[in-house]
Design a protein around this ligand. Structure first.
Ligand code: SF4
Length: 279
């Protein structure tokens, strides 16, 4: 099948050639971590989530924290039928939820698997935000929480780090669709279903982070955000230092000043290699 399942719109037959994500037609998984506790509380819960790290990526950021899987080509292949059986197995485990980490380039294959087996546990679609509208619409009946990044405001920054000058426009459209198809539902003030918009503050980029927060406030109604400080230099050619405390404080203060209070705010102490899984 010709692949146009993300905004890269490569138009390749992934059985014969590779597109930007460098993955073939079959689902490929680099690592599965049971009872993974390092996601936001609605995802991890008390027992942790089953984090499924897919191989490859449609964004391939140069500073990627998980570059060994987004670039390294490691992993085991699954057909849609085999992935459905995996979901069934996870359903009978102690994990709180199923966390699909960087699933975008396998979303059509995941929809086929969900049609074979729809999990009883909460399913999290943990994405870079560089998504097509059609995929969000089609996959939303199977997703409980969209955990989406909002990475860049500036077009040149998006080009420089992720070769995606249209990132902001595509992310706004996709995140609007996520809110439309999976509106926020709270139980006892904790998000049960809906959308969490994540932003990782990058070193030297506080202006871009502030522009993103203002955009989130303007574009989305009562958003739940997750502000992250955990960047560590680990990519192939990324940014060579951690985030300064002052940089994070400036961004955190802006979030509070403009009224983005609903969500999750990391401590600067989260900037450590221990938050990056080994592959
Ligand atoms: S999923 Fe991969 S091959 Fe398909 S359009 Fe996106 S980057 Fe290209």
């Amino acid at each position: 099948m010709i692949c146009r399942q993300c905004p890269r719109n490569c138009g390749v037959d992934r059985e014969k050639e590779l597109g930007f994500c460098k993955e073939g037609e079959k689902i490929r998984i680099a690592k599965i971590i049971d009872n993974f506790m390092w996601e936001e509380p609605p995802v991890s819960g008390k027992n942790g989530t089953c984090a499924i790290f897919f191989s490859g990526c449609n964004l391939r950021c140069s500073y990627c924290q998980n570059y060994k899987i987004s670039r390294g080509g490691v992993g085991k292949e699954y057909s849609a039928e085999e992935f459905a059986r995996l979901l069934e197995k996870i359903d009978s485990s102690s994990n709180e939820s199923i966390d699909l980490v960087t699933p975008t380039h396998f979303s059509n294959q995941l929809i086929s698997a969900f049609k074979i087996y729809k999990p009883k546990k909460k399913v999290i679609y943990n994405t870079s935000g560089y998504e097509s509208l059609e995929i969000i619409k089609e996959i939303s009946p199977f997703i409980d929480i969209f955990l989406t990044d909002f990475k860049y405001f500036d077009e040149n920054l998006a080009k420089r780090f992720s070769f995606a000058g249209d990132y902001r426009e595509k992310a706004v459209t996709a995140i609007k669709a996520m809110h439309k198809y999976r509106p926020n539902v709270f139980i006892n003030e904790i998000l049960d279903k809906g959308v969490i918009i994540r932003h990782l503050v990058l070193p030297e980029q506080t202006k871009d982070s502030i522009d993103i927060l203002r955009l989130i406030k303007k574009e989305f109604d009562d958003p739940v955000i997750s502000l992250m400080s955990q960047y560590v230099p680990s990519g192939e050619e990324g940014i060579g230092r951690k985030l300064y405390a002052l940089e994070y404080k400036i961004v955190l203060n802006e979030a509070k000043k403009i009224g983005l209070k609903k969500g999750f705010f990391q401590d600067l102490s989260s900037s450590s290699e221990k938050f990056i899984p080994h592959f």
